[in-house]
Design a protein around this ligand. Sequence first.
Ligand code: SF4
Length: 64
Amino acid sequence: MRLKLDRDRCVGHARCVELAPALFDVDDEGFAVLLVHDDVPRELESDARLAAENCPEGAIASEE
Ligand code: SF4
């Protein structure tokens, strides 16, 4: 699985960071940044799906 983050859609709720702190952080302005750019480790896949499903802006996509 890989994650894609559309920074143009991100408005900075940081919900992704709360749900998947190993996969997301926020930059100095409070917008999300991806911490994993290659395949998501298998043990973090459920967190990745949770973050994608709960981003209010639809800024996170997961690709199997
Ligand atoms: S939950 Fe979505 S809108 Fe909020 S910081 Fe994360 S990517 Fe951005």
